[in-house]
Design a protein around this ligand. Structure first.
Ligand SMILES: Cc1cc2nc3c(=O)[nH]c(=O)nc-3n(C[C@H](O)[C@H](O)[C@H](O)COP(=O)(O)OP(=O)(O)OC[C@H]3O[C@@H](n4cnc5c(N)ncnc54)[C@H](O)[C@@H]3O)c2cc1C
Length: 270
């Protein structure tokens, strides 16, 4: 389908983008990679009156090491993260996840900021941001990931607020991200992330609810010495996933348990 008519403006700085967003208010949308927004517009599920294109803001495309942090600019494409030497060295889980996002075309265009701002339950980076206590930096403030993913497609971003960076801690210990899907390149039916950090495990689940989920009960069980297969039984504690065409709620809970066991074991090299 063809999108409804809209105005288009290209910003060359964050300040300019913010001014343009202010001008149109709630009726405007930021355009980054366009790989979530444009499909929604073509289906007329989104009908913004104006698109503010931020692709010309070069400062938003960066990967910077900053002490024990890694600052990923909002316009950094998935393929750049996937191939980044510094991400491979300092946060290899993120490089692994970036390589699992969609297909080549999606990875060439889609951006870190776009995935985070879109807050799709099946988005892969939000799970990593949540379990690693990442921070979402905007032109107005810094928001902890745990306070950012409020509900399905819902974040605290104001109409004139622009994500500028996502800041992750360095974590280069054992890790694994497993995405269960029917076909290569599909979105996750369920995804599980496991990262060992500061002596403990961080475990996160993708697409088992409206927001990413931190599997606290699994982390606790591992802390008290449970084996991966025992701890993983807690992965579905408290989950109430919606069923969809690809999986029933019960199947998603089953996947959460099985994939959690596999993710921890594979992270441990088993
Ligand atoms: C076929 C296909 C398969 C895909 N598979 C996956 C997958 O497996 N895993 C996954 O995680 N994603 C997947 N995606 C989504 C892809 O990663 C998108 O690129 C991503 O969701 C949105 O990023 P974008 O840069 O394209 O944002 P856009 O589509 O341009 O924008 C998305 C939303 O975020 C807002 N936005 C964008 N950037 C900012 C910013 N800096 N500040 C404030 N608001 C902003 C926009 O206004 C819009 O509301 C897939 C997409 C397609 C088309």
């Amino acid at each position: 389908m063809i999108p409804a008519a809209f105005e288009y403006a290209r910003a060359s700085s964050v300040e300019e983008a913010s001014k343009l967003l202010n001008k149109y208010g709630e009726d405007a949308k930021v355009l980054a990679g366009g790989h979530s927004l444009i499909p929604l517009m073509r289906l007329r599920l989104a009908q913004p009156k104006a698109l503010i294109d931020i692709n010309g803001i070069k400062d938003l495309d960066h990967i910077k090491e900053d002490g024990h942090k890694l600052r990923i600019g909002a316009l950094t494409r998935h393929v750049t993260i996937q191939n980044s030497k510094v991400v491979h060295e300092k946060l290899p889980l993120l490089a692994e996840v970036a390589g699992e996002v969609g297909d080549n075309q999606v990875r060439n265009m889609g951006t870190m900021g776009g995935v985070v701002a879109h807050a799709d339950a099946a988005g892969d980076y939000p799970t990593i941001a949540l379990i690693l206590d990442a921070e979402i930096v905007t032109n107005q403030r810094t928001i902890a990931a745990k306070d950012f993913f409020k509900d399905l497609f819902t974040t605290p971003l104001a109409a004139d607020e622009i994500v500028t960076e996502v800041v992750f801690p360095v974590a280069n210990g054992p890790h694994k991200y497993i995405k269960f899907r029917r076909r290569l390149f599909d979105w996750a039916i369920v995804g599980v992330a496991a990262q060992k950090m500061n002596g403990g495990w961080r475990i996160g689940l993708t697409n088992v609810g409206p927001t990413p989920v931190r599997a606290n009960a699994v982390e606790e069980a591992l802390k008290t010495g449970a084996k991966p297969e025992e701890a993983a039984q807690h992965a579905s504690d408290g989950l109430d996933p919606a069923g969809d065409l690809r999986a029933s709620p019960e199947y998603k809970k089953h996947l959460a348990r099985v994939l959690t066991k596999r993710a921890i074991q594979q992270a441990q090299g088993q």
